[in-house]
Design a protein around this ligand. Structure first.
Ligand code: NAD
Length: 489
């Protein structure tokens, strides 16, 4: 196992993301041997913590992780804390001194990873100071990690991108979309491009429609402040769902590398034309959950949510790709809170067989084949096929081939953040979002958002918690003589 050498500088080292995701993920790499002697972490935040206290915080974040207390202590000793106000230039000078010292002490080859684990409004200031106070390492690499949300519309995303680009080139910027780190999302390329029986039917000639569902069973929980300014469209569709669409529908990249894959994704996203206001009304549905007896609170009753909030907790929509491969194949998407179960899945629905000559029970039409990728909570796929009913009957009957990823292997597989951090250390940008992809998805989302913002509450449909969302989401498909494949639990 090769050991990676790097200094991590985490802006927001006392925050939720750092403690819940980053420290366990870094520890996972340490436990795996990918980080060993030659790494160090500087955590910065406003609070005046000592290194000893910081070590305790780091160890606390590892409760339940494998390994001995001794291993965890050794790991935590690679962490250094600096109280830091991101707007104060002097603090970057101290940071640069500490970074240089740790570079020598741990022999880090000048490799630096800057992690923005703070609210995006600080990114411009951080990038500006990183450059002006010469925190960029002259030898080794400099990589910048940016979390979602990347903007709240095209204009703010562009501004954010311009801001960070003052100090970092596109090549050095890693924009995280943690869905790209999920096992079954990473499985899309091998499934599509190494199985001729799928690859050869992956087009409008054989596929009838594609359905993408990212359903949550929880409500807004502690994210009220952010969610009220975002809503489901920005929170889930702009990033995760558009990235899944791109992976499913891009042309075969010319090579298996990040540049070729980004180019293929960019091209297909550019073929999704932003809707006119009339098309938004026809093709997009938004909803908000309503509680009741045994259903918990309504969205508007949750803590820190406006009593007249028009923020959507549910979105369903139809997206069309204007290119030769996909013209005429609707992509239906939906995401929502307080749905009956937590499920992320993709259903690829094929066209039914033509001119069936075989008997079916009650003369029902032969079922269409469906390839389903289950992203979570289970991980695997189903293929629905048709065969003969068992016994004397000649009738055609559907059956399902199920493939569940091996649970023991999965348990050993790294968590999404661990995999993403490893990709960053290796300089592998396959699982990150290029600016061009973001720009294209924001253009589409802005067109929808603008209509909704003008309409305010008009068109916001309320749905009871623990249901599949507003009936308008079913009508989106039924008007095309189709139905959602996933109907709940
Ligand atoms: P948080 O509020 O828990 O942490 C913010 C951190 O920034 C803290 O360490 C705080 O001390 C520091 N900070 C704030 N103002 C500062 C200042 N002026 N100078 C120096 N430090 C300052 O936030 P979080 O949940 O950890 O989220 C961080 C980022 O990651 C956000 O952009 C968020 O959208 C994104 N994100 C978080 C999660 C998650 O699971 N928490 C998931 C996806 C994306």
């Amino acid at each position: 196992m090769t050991e990676e050498r790097a200094l991590f500088i985490i802006f927001g080292g006392s925050g939720d993301l750092a403690q819940r995701k980053l420290y366990p993920a870094l520890y996972g790499l340490y436990f795996q041997g990918r980080l060993a002697k030659h790494f160090a972490v500087i955590g910065t935040a406003r609070r005046p913590w000592t290194d000893d206290h910081y070590h305790e915080v780091v160890k606390q974040s590892l409760v339940g992780a494998p390994g001995s207390a001794h291993q965890k202590t050794e790991f935590a000793e690679h962490f250094y804390y600096q109280s830091h106000d991101v707007t104060d230039a002097a603090h970057y000078v101290t940071l640069q001194k500490l970074a240089s010292k740790l570079n020598l002490q741990y022999q880090l080859d000048g490799n630096r990873i800057f992690y923005m684990a703070m609210a995006p409004r600080f990114f411009a200031t951080i990038a500006e100071h990183v450059k002006s106070e010469q925190l960029l390492s002259p030898d080794g690499y400099n990589r910048l990690i940016v979390e979602k949300p990347f903007g709240r519309d095209y204009a703010s995303a562009k501004q954010l991108n311009d801001d960070i680009s003052q100090a970092f080139s596109e090549e050095q910027i890693y924009r995280i979309d943690h869905y790209l780190g999920k096992e079954m999302v990473q499985d899309i390329m091998p499934l599509r491009f190494t199985n001729p029986f799928l690859e050869n039917v992956w087009s409008n000639q054989f596929i009838d429609n594609i359905q993408i569902t990212l359903a949550e069973d929880i409500g807004v929980e502690e994210r009220a402040g952010y969610y009220e300014t975002a809503g489901a469209l920005r929170d889930m569709v702009q990033n995760h769902i558009f990235q899944i669409i791109a992976m499913l529908t891009m042309e075969k990249p010319s090579r298996y590398d990040a540049t070729a894959i980004h180019e293929a994704k960019r091209a297909v996203l550019a073929a999704i034309k932003p809707y006119t206001p009339a098309q938004v009304h026809t093709n997009f549905v938004r909803g908000q959950y309503v509680g009741g007896d045994n259903l918990g609170l309504s969205y508007r009753e949750e803590d820190n949510i406006a009593a007249d909030s028009t923020v959507e907790t549910y979105v369903a929509g139809r997206v069309d790709i204007d290119n030769d491969r996909w013209r005429g194949v609707p992509i239906y998407l939906r995401t929502g809170k307080k749905m009956p179960a937590k499920t992320s899945r993709i259903d690829i629905v094929f066209k039914p067989t033509k001119d069936n000559i075989l008997p079916t029970t009650g003369n029902a039409p032969v079922r269409a084949n469906v390839v389903t990728l289950i992203i979570e909570p289970d991980t695997g796929m189903h293929i629905t096929l048709n065969g003969k009913e068992i016994g004397v009957s000649d009738a055609v009957s559907p059956f399902t081939l199920d493939h569940a990823l091996d649970k023991d292997e999965l348990a050993k597989a790294p968590e999404a953040y661990q995999r993403l951090l490893l990709n960053i250390l290796e300089g592998n940008k396959l699982t990150f979002t290029h600016w061009d992809e973001l720009a294209a998805s924001w253009h589409f989302i802005d067109a929808v958002r603008n209509v909704w913002d003008n309409d305010k509450a008009d068109g916001l449909a309320f749905y009871p918690s623990e249901t599949m969302g507003p009936k308008q989401a079913d009508e989106l498909l039924s008007r095309d003589y189709r139905t959602w494949i996933w109907q709940g639990k």
